[in-house]
Ligand binder design. Structure first.
Ligand code: ADP
Length: 358
């Protein structure tokens, strides 16, 4: 039996707005699950329904197989970390971390031990006497996490915990959150709009858009087997290139380049005369000629040297794409280049439903 079960969960706000549609998910004990998607897609609403901070309009939420829809947050044994750290400004780091246990009337000695242990995990030992205003953003967020993990609850919920930090702090805290999870083994549900956070932290990712789940899978599955155009475009940086075109004689065109789709998909005849989306990732190309690949000629509009690689913006006719190449291979701008898209790196999508074909 799964630890947490969400069965056909819906949220309709009092103003009639249907924010979450038929959300289905089973979470195992110890899993790190990330909800990801653009702002407004229903991630926080779903998390808040799990936390017990928001009513579930319909559907069932089960903890260990037991219906939990009507349970209060305390009974669900959840701890939540918010984007705004919500620390008590007049209390020291020690007292902020200890607060939940103090409220529960836990023995002072036990509290001391657990605060010290939590502080050690989070690297806060030297800051226990400070007030929150004397801490950096990253340290404050660590205190907020400490306050949650000290309670040793079953479910750990995090809503965009890193979004108030600068880029460098985000990377450090991401690593720390992964380590804390390894150390505590707590079941964690984490909300973010940042695909890198999702990919690096998650055992499984739930991709959402407009209140609907688009796909649930491991980072590997989402990257290599996207279910639709949205997921393919959301996961990966720069995003997957999409060439939309009408299938004629089993082929579509990118400028003067003709792609024989039969090489990829033998039943392409079904799409004759219809629109199709041809997708390939910027990094899944080669600059040297190779077998089993579409050869493409295109003009280089712009290059961005990023260090170990370069983004190359190309056009061919009215179509545009981005290639990611080794920075030693950075081409000149305003010249034509040849590149190769291996058939195995190509995705075809139904242009109408946007679902993957192959
Ligand atoms: P996300 O976390 O993915 O950014 P939210 O779950 O916060 O998205 O919101 C999903 C949608 O529900 C948004 O369109 C938001 O405006 C709407 N929404 C959030 N809270 C309320 C509310 N209390 N009443 C009505 N609509 C709301």
């Amino acid at each position: 039996m799964a630890y947490l079960t969400l069965k056909n969960i819906n949220k309709i706000y009092p103003n009639g707005y249907h924010a979450v549609h038929n959300f289905n998910l089973e979470i195992e004990k110890g899993e790190f699950v990330v909800f990801v998607g653009p702002s407004g897609c229903g991630k926080s609403t779903t998390l808040r329904m799990i936390a017990g901070l928001e009513d579930i309009s319909n559907g069932d939420f089960l903890i260990n197989g037991k219906r939990a829809n009507e349970m209060g947050p305390r009974e669900r044994e959840v701890a939540m970390v918010f984007q705004s750290y919500a620390l008590y400004p007049q209390m020291t780091v020690y007292d902020n971390i200890a607060f939940g246990l103090t409220l529960q009337g836990v023995d002072e000695e036990v509290i001391e031990k657990r605060v010290q242990n939590t502080a050690r995990i989070l690297g806060l030992t030297d800051y226990l006497d400070r007030l929150p205003r004397a801490l950096s953003g990253g340290q404050r967020q660590r205190v907020a996490i400490g306050r949650a993990i000290i309670r040793k609850v079953g479910i750990f919920l995090m809503d965009e915990p890193l979004s108030n930090l600068d880029a460098k702090q985000r990377v450090t805290m991401r690593y720390e959150i992964a380590q804390i999870h390894q150390e505590t083994g707590a079941t964690t549900i984490y909300v973010t709009h940042d695909q890198t956070e999702a990919m690096t932290l998650a055992d499984r990712i739930v991709v959402m858009k407009d209140g609907y789940v688009q796909q649930i899978g491991t980072p590997y599955e989402l990257y290599y087997k996207p279910a639709n155009v949205f997921v393919a475009g959301f996961i990966g940086e720069p995003p997957m290139n999409f060439i939309r075109g009408t299938v004629k004689g089993g082929c579509i065109q990118m400028g003067d380049n003709v792609f024989d789709l039969k090489k990829k998909y033998k039943d392409v005849g079904k799409y004759e005369g219809k629109d199709i989306v041809f997708g390939f990732r910027p990094e899944a190309i080669a600059l040297q000629s190779q077998p089993d690949a579409y050869a493409v000629k295109a003009n280089v509009e712009l290059t961005e040297m990023l260090g170990d690689n370069t983004n190359v913006y190309i056009t061919s006719g009215d179509k545009q794409a981005i290639l990611k190449v080794d920075s030693h291979d950075t081409p000149e701008t305003d010249v034509d280049i040849d590149f190769y898209i291996p058939y195995e790196g190509v995705y075809l999508f139904n242009a109408e439903s946007e679902k993957v074909i192959i």
